[in-house]
Design a protein. Structure first.
Length: 161
């Protein structure tokens, strides 16, 4: 697949539904984790009006910045710190409707108002955090969590190297 087909007039849920098979088509023929994370970040960034879409990869006792789209970001996050480190610690997704109300939020960009993070793993990485930021308050909800989790499941299936 070389071209992404996104109908920008669709609802958020319909957009996710139309993207999932396209993402599967894109990553199912590539085993490399970093290559697939890079394309997934690009696809989601291109499809929605989010500020930042990217991945942090576990290396030892910290998370290190991986492929992303958006403004430059913090390179290392310690276990349990920030939204990403907390999600890694509890191994659960976290939705933050207002980042100013999340005590330990790490502000990479002052433009970020809300955030969602989903932790997952692959054969090569014990923990990867899928992190999305928005300039709008409460921009992420259960619909995002449901479909972004499906994206992580696809990455878990196809990223074997
Ligand atoms: N806000 C995140 C840090 C990563 S940036 O949003 C890209 C956190 O608190 O973990």
């Amino acid at each position: 697949m070389e071209t992404l087909h996104i109908d920008q007039s669709l609802s958020k849920e319909e957009k996710y539904k139309s993207l999932l098979p396209q993402i599967e088509g894109l990553i199912s023929s590539e085993k490399d984790t970093i290559a697939n994370l890079a394309n997934v970040a690009a696809v989601i960034y291109e499809s929605f009006d989010f500020l930042w879409v990217g991945f942090y990869l576990q290396k030892g006792k910290e998370l290190v910045l991986g492929p992303f789209q958006g403004p430059l970001a913090c390179t290392r996050i310690q276990f349990g710190r920030g939204v990403c480190g907390k999600s890694w610690e509890i191994n659960q997704p976290i939705i933050v409707p207002n980042v100013d109300e999340f005590a330990d939020h790490i502000a990479c960009s002052s433009l970020s108002k809300s955030e969602i993070v989903i932790p997952f793993s692959t054969p090569t990485y014990e923990a990867i955090i899928f992190d999305l930021d928005s300039e709008k308050l409460a921009d992420f909800d259960e619909t995002d969590q449901k479909y972004l989790q499906k994206v992580c499941d696809l990455l878990n299936t196809y990223c074997v190297e």
